[in-house]
Design a protein around this ligand. Sequence first.
Ligand SMILES: *Cc1c(COP(=O)(O)O)cnc(C)c1O
Length: 456
Amino acid sequence: MTNNIPYKIFLSEEELPKQWHNIRAVMKELPDPFLNPATLEPCTADDLRAVFCDELVAQELNTTDLYIDIPQEIRDFYKMYRPSPVVRAYNLEKRLGTPAKIYYKFEGQNTSGSHKLNSAAAQVYYAKQQGLTHLTTETGAGQWGTALAMACAFYGVDLNVFMVKVSAEQKPQRKAVIQTYGASVTPSPSNTTEIGRKILAENPGTGGSLGCAISEAMEVALKTDNCRYVLGSVLNHVLVHQTIIGQEAKAALDKYGIQPDMIIGCAGGGSNLGGLISPFMEGKIKGENDIEFIAVEPASCPSLTRGRYALDFGDTGQTTPLMRMYTLGSGFMPSPNHAGGLRYHGMSPIISKLYHDGYLTARSVEQTKVFDAATVFAQSEGTLPAPESSHAIRVAIDEALKCKETGEEKTILFGLTGTGFFDMTAYTAYLDGTMTDYIPTDEDLQKGFDSLPQQG
Ligand SMILES: *Cc1c(COP(=O)(O)O)cnc(C)c1O
């Protein structure tokens, strides 16, 4: 129909969304509230304020406002690297020989190399407003730690990053970037916390996991004055901040009257996927569209496709509130695959609920096939994708190839969450053929399920 769709659909600075979108306000059933593990009663704002800053707690518990205003200061921060474009993957379509129309929303155009900066900017702003001087966090692949370090440098807040040990070893340059922005980096598990020492005693050779790093960062936050913990995914308020992605994507597509048939995102903790699909999901819930939403996860860490919908802790040390989510169990130790940002045992409670209620589907993919897709994408579209993002690329390509067989002209939108410049160890393993596809057995998964608390 329309041949005049440009390679890149840009929005102007004025069109940068003024509000985030809060899908809980339209969900027919809400995710279960977080439970205090000691009392098994729903967490109150007071329970959460010990760990998170006040405004973020309010957003976390806000199930009624469909829109939440983005403070002008955060919009001004966003303007350094947003609005981000929606790109029509003409060259990829040509290479695949598909009649499908492929679009991607590109979030890699900032130094952190991912969408994580969208929530980092917001979280540090609110911490600063509250007069906090210090933040702690965890980072897996390093993108979140970098994003938060950037925001902390901007607002003048101290930051201590617990970085999953395998990532710190695989990506020393990433660590140096974080330090350049003035944050300190501790490989996790470490000897600097009680929980770190305990985990090390129990698993001496462990490469760490996000769950371990979260426990360590929370312990330091609770023991340090004027300090809070911040998380880069999973929680409701993080997903809300990431809706800047979906709001922009929808505005850009609407300009050309483009209606996606399918929206695909990689899912680690679920924040980019949730952020991308949120405004489109509103339409689906209201019966206004019939978009197919697909979450893509690694076969090595399959929380949606093989996990349980259960009450679980967010961290290995079992210190967080209990959340009902798809989970492999907080004791699950994923094999060291190369998509660090997707190595998390659980999944956003919002995404989990939408999946449980049939609003979205999920697939798991093996990492060598992910890197096949990453290579095709890099060679045709130019951008070197992050391994995490390449999970979404894999399924987008699979779907486009199906269209080639059936002749369907589906419109596919996927989230290209970031760039892979710091992932060359992974690309090297792929290129020299040493990359393996680890798929946990049912027995492996059972060990994780055995760590689930029994209350659920
Ligand atoms: C962190 C990260 C992800 C996964 O996190 P979500 O919360 O599931 O979005 C995906 N891609 C990149 C590039 C990341 O940094």
